[in-house]
Design a protein around this ligand. Sequence first.
Ligand SMILES: [Zn+2]
Length: 438
Amino acid sequence: MINVDYIIYADYVLPMDESLTVIKDGAIAVKGTRVLKVGTSQDISRYYAPEVVINGKQKVVFPGLINTHTHAAMVYFRGIADDQPLKEWLENHIWPAENRWLSPEFISDAIELACLEMLKGGITTYNDMYFYEDAAAEATKRVGMRAALGAGILDFPTKFARTVDEYFENAESFIRDWKGDSLITPCVAPHALYTCGPETLKRAKRVADKYDIPIHIHLSETKWEVEEIKSMYAMMPVEYLDSLGFLDEKVLAVHCVWVTDREMEVLAERKVGVSHCIESNLKLASGIAPVVEMLKAGIKVAFGTDGAASNNDLNIFSEMSTAAKLEKTLSEDPTALDAKTAFLMATRWGAEVLGLGKITGSIEEGKSADLVMADLNKPHLVPMYNIYSHIVYAMRPSDVEMVMVDGKVVVNDGELTTGDESEILQKAMDWAEKIRGM
Ligand SMILES: [Zn+2]
């Protein structure tokens, strides 16, 4: 017998491996931070002696969901200004609030709330673009979640930095401090083409190459943005980025709502990953990204929630469901974006577009034990004919019972084990008192 820390049993185990195996009556052996073996409960119990057994009668276990784009600390601005166009929403509400309130203390407290919401909704990894990422990293690690954290870069001064040089100095010191951490992957995040000029974009690319880290950027979110870039550079946004030598597999392009067929070809050739943030795009009426066409072109697309001020929750279950249904209606084809593909986008591909494919995104030998156990014994989940269909079209964050990140149980019986939930909620309400009175 081989000693392990955990054996996790479940009626269904979805490892999301290459062949998309569904293991009925399955089990996973976890040792330290890693998955040691995945198989049937019979096989696992025969060879492995666990310290702790987690039983999963009428449960399903699947890889932790990946939120490939958010501004996590914006949970403190949730609902502060809704029902407005993107430009007005940003310039008249979000940017002023950020300039007034952002600080390492704000970020630290807000990140705890965001991580709590995400973990309880089965998300084990998120990709952030924001400021004071040092504070975000500390808070994320404290709660025990995995994250790629993008130090935001802009061409104009904010409270966070006065000059482009200062943004880059902050970014590089953050990258140097966190590179190689077990949970935190630092990255560089130039905000967008309309807020970062060509020199800034090229410099961000040089930083990504120097440290071999991901780049995270908003791209072609609105029609306004595309027209702006066309009038400034006489090129479509993707062609413009390509002309700067910016595009490669390290780049995660967020939104890509208004990309042409030619631009999709370029994104596919350069192996750029795309984060699809459908609920944010719908709420801001930015448009609907051509997901089916991008997938056909060979682009790897994954899901992101975007910030909570434009969504308004951090819920990958609803992103999957909304995206799959919309694609069917748009293409007048109910077979478009099927449940299995949607779930692949939310797990394995999510990790891959963040450059974390070797670490997380599936439950396989040698990968980190980042996994979720959800209850199937619910009115909206019985009877069960197809597990992918249930997860994508019917499951809710409240069905999540246990979450493990890097071999550590961070949610047990639906409750956070690494922090005090009521304290985290109270801090949010205390901050809101101040923000309301601004
Ligand atoms: Zn965003």
